[in-house]
Write a protein that binds this ligand. Sequence first.
Ligand code: DGJ
Length: 380
Amino acid sequence: MKRLLFVWGACCALLLLACSPKQELKPIRSGEIWPDNQGVHVNAHGGCILYHEGTYYWYGENKSDTTSNAMVGIMCYSSKNLTDWTNEGVALPVEMTDTTSDIIQGCIMERPKVIYNERTRKFVMWFHLELKGQGYLAARSAVAESDTPTGPFRYIGSGRINPGKLPFDMTEEQRALLDTLNVEQYEWDTPAWKEAVVKGLFLKRDLEGGQMARDMQLFVDDDGKAYHIFASEENFTLHIAELSDDFLSHTGKYVRVAPSGSNEAPAIFKKADGTYWMITSGCTGWVPNEARMFSAPSIWGPWTQHPNPCVGPKAELTFGGQSTFVLPIPGKQDAFLFMADIWRPEHPSDARYIWLPIQFKADGTPVVEWMDSWTMEYFN
Ligand code: DGJ
């Protein structure tokens, strides 16, 4: 009798499950207002998404209505499905009173990225920091750490990168060439100057104090090693630098990518075949430009440039946006979400988001095609 009742109960449960309406997946409409759980447009720009224990955490710059300077800090939102976002508050607040702090209100905090360190079990945040009142001159990177994904993160410090170190793959010949370079000797924007930039004019200038670091990305490879990718050398050249085991500093090992290529906004991902792909932008401030794309067989290169991966209306302007991050979809092979920002410098908090799935051509080259509306079903 007991067994019969059990079978009857199981049948009813199955029937209920089959008849219950399937939860509709919400559409993703790039460029529109994306309300959070309080009905307010998500305020997490230039950000990234971290997937941790079944939850997505979206970190980004809190932009105010009138200035792009940091008035609040770095925000965190959480979601189980990438479309319903709960505001978890400020993960790293700006400092309100201590004027000696690097992150005093009014500084510039851009493109925060958060990664999880399996060894230390800490969440590590790096971001581009500009000191208050100094425009974009400081060109520093800053680091903070937290025990929990939503923070609050503990601010650790900031600085230029890899002082005293030259790229590990620079030949003796290339190193010797540095001796011939002197910043004072060139007129900006001349062919001779450009050639000198490729040879390492700014690399040499900043060798002692550390390399400049503006737009940035973090990447954790399959072996647990983490890398910091940033626009260096006056935004002319990207650097890819290895982070220490705790992710809180740099080991001194790095390479230059596309010297004098003027790349910003690096977003990197790795396919199952081991190829690294990187989408970047040109350097035109808040104004959109044409995306670039690179690939490499190793994080250390050599990096080869490919044509713009974007397809569709305004593809030559990255659909009006600028790359920010590529999220690997958990549990799926070679499934990636491309994220970009549509900046609104005259009303920064109204900046919008572009999220599109990355598609692949038959030869494996990534393509980002505009879609007015799509759902996460795409990845199934
Ligand atoms: C372009 C960068 O990608 C942004 O993060 C920001 O630094 C703007 N430049 C500032 O003009």
